[in-house]
Design a protein around this ligand. Sequence first.
Ligand code: AP5
Length: 215
Amino acid sequence: MKLILLGAPGAGKGTQAKMLAKKYDIPHISTGDIFRANIKNETELGKEAKGYMDQGLLVPDELVVALVADRLQEDDAQEGFILDGFPRTIPQAQHLDKTLDEMGTKIDHVIDVDCPDANIVKRLSGRRACIKCGATYHTEHLKPKVEGICDVCGSELVLRDDDKPETVIKRLQVYHEQTQPLIEYYKDKNVLVSVDGKLPIEDTFEIIVDILGDR
Ligand code: AP5
């Protein structure tokens, strides 16, 4: 199964992607996670990406597309994958189409996790992320067993730099300008389904699984 999760920042893409990756046993490929790992490891890519991410802007297409094309060639992605946070612009989507075409395959489903801006600022101010493994929690909707500590690896949970309200507002603006047009792009290809991202996490998950089926 080759799947894209679309949606605004904070709509719940990452949360659903982790659950779907486990259910269908396919890799969860998050460009945001790849950039954060590069920032943590102080790579050149990480240093360049951080400047854009901290301002709530997109990292330039040319830095993203090659990275995803390479990741899709890896063995674990041959039977399927979940793309979370990619593509985010029309040129990225066109590049992805070309890459998959060269690999003799295509996207099966695009799930648009739909959540209004009003819910998002509140959601992201309550998100806490693990500084070590990247697992995410929420102060109200998805609490860790011990406050401030990651259930998975026991490290500290922090507010992401780009989850401060002023940066979230900028990220939402960028989403509406540059990413939302992808909804029409994938509707035209007859692969897009929108799901309600305002529902509780498990309810949204069940709706997506109903759409995708058991395989
Ligand atoms: P990225 O990491 O992809 O961030 P994003 O798209 O802004 O998405 P988020 O991770 O903020 O939100 P999400 O939808 O995954 O929500 P989550 O499930 O965590 O990208 C970060 C930056 O990297 C970008 O701004 C950009 O600079 C750069 N970048 C990345 N990819 C790029 C690309 N392709 N091109 C260019 N630049 C790129 O949920 C949020 C919170 O809500 C959590 O606390 C969660 O527990 C909670 N929650 C989730 N679902 C529910 C629910 N149903 N009800 C209540 N709470 C919920």
